[in-house]
Design a protein around this ligand. Structure first.
Ligand code: PRP
Length: 215
């Protein structure tokens, strides 16, 4: 493997297309990244003679910070929601500007929450607990892995904490936002050692992506 290569952990799924647009604008070929292949490692040749070739690792979003923190990837692309939940020890030098949404508390439209100790269902147990603790509100957290809205619909939980983008999923399930927990967008993250030891090549990539993200 070439020492020049920068390895980037990226989430499979909806992030790939907007990420590819930024990479294209920065001059990196993206055909491999977007191909239908089942390969989990994808290569992108250098954009110019002085730019590094990129190697992409395709992962579940939750695993991206782990690969970067432990150095299996030099950099990563991940939502701020995942980053906050994992509290990973990585640099976050750049907001890539896409994937904007928010993390919000929601409840059923038709049932007021009256209990002193509500149940809160979420894929973000640490973030949710931090949010309610900061308000001095006792809660029981129920950790789920998807379709979180259903927990409020079925009365498994009084509240949910989940990602809201268009609001359609909440509306179509009879739920409403109570409050915003945090604003979310997609971040570039960098392994701390790599950030120091490969400062020039990493800084150059950050500048290229920053310019491209503004386009
Ligand atoms: C996410 C999130 C909400 C939905 C919000 O779910 O958990 O359910 O998108 O988007 P909206 O406000 O535009 O409707 P995702 O599709 O990732 O699936 P999941 O429920 O399995 O997490």
């Amino acid at each position: 493997m070439s020492e020049k290569v920068l390895t980037i952990a990226v989430p499979k799924g909806r992030t790939l297309k907007p990420l590819a647009r930024v990479l294209e604008a920065a001059g990196f070929p993206t055909a491999e990244l977007l191909s239908d292949s089942r390969a989990l490692v994808r290569e992108a040749p250098a954009a110019t003679a002085d730019a590094p070739p990129l190697r992409f690792l395709l992962l579940k979003p939750d695993d991206v910070p782990t690969y970067v923190e432990y150095g299996a990837a030099d950099l990563g692309v991940v939502g701020r929601d995942v980053l906050d939940e994992r509290s990973s020890d990585v640099y976050t030098p750049l907001d890539l500007g896409f994937g904007r949404c928010r993390l919000a508390v929601a409840r059923r439209v038709d049932v007021a929450v009256t209990t002193d100790r509500p149940r809160v269902a979420t894929k973000y147990p640490r973030t949710a607990l931090r949010h309610f603790e900061a308000k001095g509100q006792d809660v029981d957290i129920i950790e789920l892995s998807g379709s979180v809205e259903l927990a409020a619909v079925t009365h498994l939980a009084d509240y949910i904490v989940d990602v809201v983008e268009t609001g359609t999923t909440l509306a179509e399930n009879g739920l409403t936002v109570v409050e915003t927990v945090s604003e979310v967008s997609t971040m570039l993250i960098v392994n701390r050692a790599v950030y120091k030891l490969r400062a020039a090549v990493v800084s150059d990539l950050i500048v290229r992506l920053e310019r491209a993200a503004l386009v």
